[in-house]
Design a protein around this ligand. Structure first.
Ligand code: SAH
Length: 237
């Protein structure tokens, strides 16, 4: 076999391996359907748009393969850089609170492994997402591309600053818990827009929804206690 042939063969082997690794089987799809039924019946998610999107995103591909068998249970898992992928019920609740409409401009703070990003993209939102951990920024960028899910903009940066050049946004979703309200983000919200954000100390937060009534007025609603990874201020953490 000549060198070219060996190379071609190697390439095919690599591609086949990737296809095996990235497989989404009937078993995965079946478990996913059960998870979505659970989110509807037990958690009380009623937004069909959210449930349909979560039925489409192969969550098992966003986590370490050792957890694959549990990917469709309502569990959080460790991902790179000591972060976590949120519980499916938390993703569903946060997304439902955001009241997403097709074509809306949404900024997400905390891309993580990209699962929540994928759900928003499946809902046909225009997603702008920020992650401060390089490993996760790289991982999510690669994975979303492989799955042909395209955020409008993916940023390696600080969520506290938001994305002023792309503002204003219809919606903002913060997937990490902030000790203090990031006021810069509220400035980047359209009047009539909504921001869903967990606020509180590191061990537990309260989930809030802010609705921008006018440039200076906000309505604030509360939705119970959660535990998110912290929204960190600087790179030394
Ligand atoms: N959306 C993810 C949740 C990941 S956990 C999911 O679908 O599961 C929250 C993420 O927020 C972590 O990846 C963490 O690194 C990131 N994060 C924390 N502080 C941040 C900040 N100041 N700016 C941007 N991302 C931040």
């Amino acid at each position: 076999m000549d060198f070219k042939n060996i190379l071609r063969k190697l390439q095919t082997v690599t591609e086949n391996r990737l296809m095996i690794i990235m497989r989404d089987t009937y078993v995965h799809k079946g478990k996913r359907k059960q998870l979505v039924d659970y989110l509807h019946q037990k958690i009380g998610i009623t937004d069909r748009f959210v449930l349909d999107a979560m039925n489409e995103v192969p969550r098992h591909l966003f986590i370490e393969s050792v957890f694959e068998d549990y990917a469709y249970e309502d569990r959080a898992f460790p991902i790179a850089a000591k972060q976590t992928i949120s519980h499916p019920s938390t993703v569903a609740e946060q997304t439902e609170l955001l009241e997403v409409n097709e074509g809306e401009k949404i900024m997400e703070i905390g891309t993580g492994c990209g699962y929540q990003t994928a759900v928003l993209i499946k809902m046909k939102a225009l997603v702008y997402t920020i992650e401060r951990q390089k490993d996760l920024f790289d991982f999510s960028q690669k994975l979303l591309r492989t799955l042909d899910l395209r955020p409008k903009f993916q940023s390696f940066g600080d969520g506290f600053a938001g994305l002023p050049t792309f503002a204003p946004f219809d919606k903002i979703l913060v997937t990490c818990g902030a000790e203090i309200l990031p006021t810069e983000l509220l400035k980047q919200l359209k009047v009539g827009g909504k921001m869903v954000i967990p606020l509180g100390k590191t061990d537990e937060q309260i989930l809030y929804r802010f609705t921008k009534i006018s440039e200076t007025q906000f309505e604030k609603e509360e939705f119970g206690v959660y535990k998110f990874v912290p929204m960190l201020q600087n790179k030394s953490h």
